[in-house]
Design a protein. Sequence first.
Length: 266
Amino acid sequence: MLKSKYMIIWLLIAMLLPLMGIAKADKDEWDVDIPFKKYVLDNGLTLIVHEDHKAPIVAVNIWYHVGSKNEKPGKTGFAHLFEHLMFNGSEHFNDDYFQALERLGATDLNGTTNRDRTNYFQNVPKNALDVVLWLESDRMGHLLGAIDQAKLDEQRGVVQNEKRQGENRPYGRVRYVLAENTYPKGHPYSWTTIGSMEDLNAASLEDVHEWFKKYYGAANATLVVAGDVNAEEVKQKVEKYFGDIPSGPPVERQKVWIAKMQGEHR
């Protein structure tokens, strides 16, 4: 019996050694260098440009440094709800952003929200870059006049339906249990990005205005443009479309709060 155990151990070692070599080789191959240029506009907007001329396409991705961790008690789920509203038109283009971008030939277009950030992204043909930058700048600088109660109620329903779909499936409530038992009450990570039904029902137009004015200023955003572009030309375009957008108020960064693990939770 003991001899058999040793044989099994040696067989496992013999099997793992080649894999370790492959893992090391793969790690070396994964060491990549992605060149980019970084600019900061006078209004505080950060621009990062990566040139890649293999195909005539451009990826545009804008990150706002705000997520569900910035929500107040009783306002959970609002960061994600606001993300939805950003696709429902702006003051100079009061129409569906998805349809407009698709007409331009955009692919992989969407927005996402997590605890720390909200982002909006699309890949477009290079000749559509100006239009995309204009659309992004219009909703950054001129959103509120296009958002009314009807749009808020519509997107509230969409988000609540997403919440139902997420919960009504196997292990659908795992994320709630993990968040509540990993972080103490009141910790900004102790609630989920989707929020609660009660808080979503309570979201108001006043909340929309407050969130936009507080967190969607130029200085609280990073714009990344990657693809078949010239970095200096992109900088000029971004200054043209985004340069007159207000910086927004200084955003207070939350203090680091490392949750202590105390025993097991079952």
